[in-house]
Ligand binder design. Structure first.
Ligand code: NAD
Length: 501
C-alpha cells in the first residue's frame, strides 16, 4: 500500500505547527516520525514542538481571547457550522487519513468523521441559544439588591487528546470550548497527529480568527507537560490514560487550574439467561473488537449467566474466527492493526500473562503475520478475577468471560473495578434492565443497544475513569467561568443599603 496514493491530489499533507493562524516549523527545528501501523513504514515527519512553541501558542491564544470572548453566540455558531461543513467537504480525505494513521477500517473512520460533523453542528446550536439566555436574575431574600449570574469564557484552554479516536476526542472538546468563547491550544497524540493537522487546515478555511485555535504536535513530556503547567492556561481538558491523567492533575495543581479528565476503563457487559443470544453475541463482539478493542469504552469483561454461558461462548468463538483482520483500506476488512508498536507489545504481554494466570484461551482468530501491528482477536474464559487480564485495561482485541449465578452477583462483579466508564446489559426483562442499570457504577449504560453515542447526551464515567462530563450541555459547562453581579435596586437609599442608622 502506498500512502501517497491515498491522499487526494491537491490537498497537501499538513506537517507543521499551526500557531497564530500560521503554519510554522518548531522553533528548535525538530521533527517526529509518523508511522503507518499497517506497514510500519514512515508516512511523514511532523514538527516536534517544545516548551518554546508552547509559550508562543499560549501567548497567541491569550491575545486572540480579547476579541473572541466578546463575540456573540450567533457568530460562534456560524463558525462552528462552517467547520462542520468543511469537515463534510473533506469527509473522504479525513476518513482516509484516520485509517492511514490510526489503522482503523475505512468504514469505522467514516463513522468517526460523521461523529465530528454532528458534534460541531450540535454545539453550534447551543452557541446560538446563548444569546437568548444571557445573564440571568437570581431570586434573593432582599428587596434592596438584585443579583445576576452570567457565564463568561474561562480563557485559554489546553486540549490534550489520545490516538484511538483522533478528531472525535478533539471535536468533543474543541466544539464546546469554541462555543463557550474560549481560545484553544490543542495537542494531538504524537502517534496520530495527521487528522488533527488537517482539521486545523479546515478551521483556517472556515475563517476561525488567528490565534483562536493553535495546534501543537509533539510528545507528552515536551508539549503536554509545559502546556498544562503554563500560567496563562486557565483550564485543561485531557483524554488519555489514567496514569497520565493523574500526572496532568498534579501539574495543574501548581497553578490551581481546573481539569476535565476522560481516562481509562475496564467495562462490563452483562448477559442474562433470558437475553436474545444472537443480539448478545453481536453486542459482545462489537464491544470488544470495534477499533481493534482500542476503546476506553471496551466492554472487555463479559459476565454471562451460567445456564447460557456455553452457548454464548460458542457463538462468540464463531464470530472471532470470522473477523477479517487486515489492511484497513481493503474491502471486507473488519479489524485493522493496533495503532502503534508500544500498544502491540503491551497487548501481547497481557495475552501471555492471561495464559500464565490460568485463564482458558478458547480461541484466537487469525491476523496477518506482519509487517504491521496486527493482533489476533482473542477470547478467554474462566478468567481469574484477580488476574491482570480481568483487572487492567488491555486496550486491544481481547475478551474475557466469567459466569455468574445471580443478578446481585453480576452487579457486584461488574462494579468491582477502580474504573466506571460504561456498561452494557442484555436482557429481555425490561424491569431488570432498568434495575441493573441503576445499580451499575458507570457513566453510560446501554441496554440491549450497541455503543451509540449522540452529542446531545453525555460522556464520562465514575471513579477513576473521569472527572467531569463531555458532550451535551455538560460538555459546554466545562468551559465557562460563572460570575455573580450584585447591585442595589434603584429605589433603595444608599444609607439604608450600607446599613447606616
Ligand atoms: P496517554 O495518556 O499516553 O496520552 C494521551 C495524551 O497525553 C497524548 O497526547 C500524550 O502525548 C499526552 N501526554 C503524555 N504525557 C503527558 C504529560 N505528562 N502531560 C500532558 N500530556 C501528556 O494515552 P494514549 O495511550 O494516547 O491513549 C489511550 C488511553 O486513553 C487509554 O487509557 C484510554 O482508555 C484513554 N481514552 C479515554 C477516553 C475517554 O473518553 N474516557 C477516550 C479515549 C481514550
Amino acid at each position: 500500500m502506498k500512502p501517497d496514493n491515498l491522499l487526494p491530489s491537491g490537498i497537501p499533507l499538513r506537517t507543521e505547527l499551526y500557531i497564530d493562524g500560521c503554519w510554522r516549523a518548531a522553533e528548535a527545528g525538530r521533527r517526529l516520525c509518523v508511522v503507518n501501523p499497517s506497514t510500519e513504514q514512515k508516512i511523514a515527519e511532523v514538527a516536534a514542538a517544545d516548551a518554546a512553541d508552547v509559550d508562543c501558542a499560549v501567548q497567541a491564544a491569550a491575545l486572540a481571547l480579547r476579541s473572541w470572548k466578546n463575540t456573540t453566540g450567533a457568530a460562534r455558531a456560524a463558525l462552528l457550522r462552517a467547520i462542520a461543513r468543511g469537515v463534510e467537504a473533506r469527509r473522504a480525505h479525513l476518513a482516509a487519513l484516520q485509517s492511514l494513521n490510526n489503522g482503523k477500517p475505512l468504514a469505522e473512520a467514516q463513522t468517526d468523521v460523521g461523529d465530528v460533523i454532528a458534534t460541531f453542528d450540535y454545539y453550534a446550536d447551543l452557541a446560538d441559544s446563548m444569546d437568548q439566555t444571557g445573564p440571568s436574575s437570581v431570586a434573593i431574600p432582599s428587596s434592596d439588591y438584585h443579583a445576576q449570574i452570567s457565564r463568561e469564557p474561562a480563557g485559554v484552554v489546553a486540549l490534550i487528546v489520545p490516538w484511538n479516536f483522533p478528531m472525535v476526542t478533539t471535536a468533543w472538546k474543541l466544539a464546546p470550548a469554541l462555543a463557550a468563547g474560549c481560545t484553544v491550544v490543542l495537542k494531538p497524540s504524537e502517534i496520530t497527529p495527521l487528522p488533527e493537522l488537517e482539521l486545523a487546515a479546515i478551521l483556517e478555511q472556515a475563517g476561525v480568527p488567528r490565534g483562536v485555535v493553535n495546534v501543537l504536535t509533539g510528545t507528552g513530556t515536551e508539549v503536554g507537560a509545559p502546556l498544562v503547567a503554563h500560567p496563562l492556561v486557565a483550564k485543561v481538558s485531557f483524554t488519555g490514560s489514567t496514569a497520565v491523567g493523574a500526572q496532568v492533575m498534579k501539574t495543574a495543581a501548581d497553578t490551581i487550574k481546573g481539569v476535565g479528565l476522560e481516562l481509562g476503563g475496564k467495562s462490563a457487559i452483562i448477559v442474562f439467561a433470558d437475553a436474545d443470544l444472537e443480539l448478545a453475541a453481536d453486542l459482545v463482539a462489537a464491544g470488544g473488537f470495534f477499533n481493534a478493542g482500542q476503546m476506553c469504552s471496551a466492554t472487555s469483561r463479559v459476565l454471562v449467566e451460567r445456564p447460557v454461558a456455553d452457548e454464548l461462548v460458542a457463538r462468540l468463538a464463531q464470530r472471532v474466527t470470522q473477523i477479517v483482520v487486515g489492511d484497513p483500506f481493503a474491502a471486507g476488512v473488519q479489524m485493522g492493526p493496533l495503532t502503534n508498536r508500544g500498544q502491540y507489545e503491551r497487548v501481547q504481554r497481557f495475552i501471555a500473562q492471561g495464559k500464565a494466570a490460568g485463564a482458558r484461551l478458547v480461541i484466537e482468530g487469525s491476523a496477518p503475520a506482519g509487517p504491521g501491528y496486527f493482533v489476533k482477536p482473542t477470547l478467554f474464559v474462566d478468567v481469574p478475577s484477580d488476574s491482570v487480564l480481568w483487572r487492567e485495561e488491555i486496550f486491544g482485541p481481547v475478551l474475557c468471560v466469567r459466569s455468574f449465578d445471580t443478578e446481585e452477583e453480576a452487579v457486584r462483579v461488574a462494579n468491582d473495578t477502580e474504573f466506571g466508564l460504561v456498561a452494557t446489559v442484555v436482557t429481555e426483562d425490561a424491569a431488570r434492565g432498568s434495575r441493573v442499570a441503576r445499580e451499575l457504577e458507570a457513566g453510560v449504560v446501554w441496554i440491549n443497544a450497541p455503543q451509540l453515542i449522540f452529542p446531545q447526551t453525555s460522556w464520562g464515567g465514575y471513579k477513576r475513569s473521569s472527572i467531569g462530563r463531555e458532550l451535551g450541555p455538560f460538555g459546554l459547562a466545562a468551559f465557562p467561568e460563572i460570575k455573580q453581579i450584585l447591585m442595589p435596586n434603584r429605589h433603595t437609599p444608599a444609607a439604608q443599603r450600607i446599613g447606616c442608622p
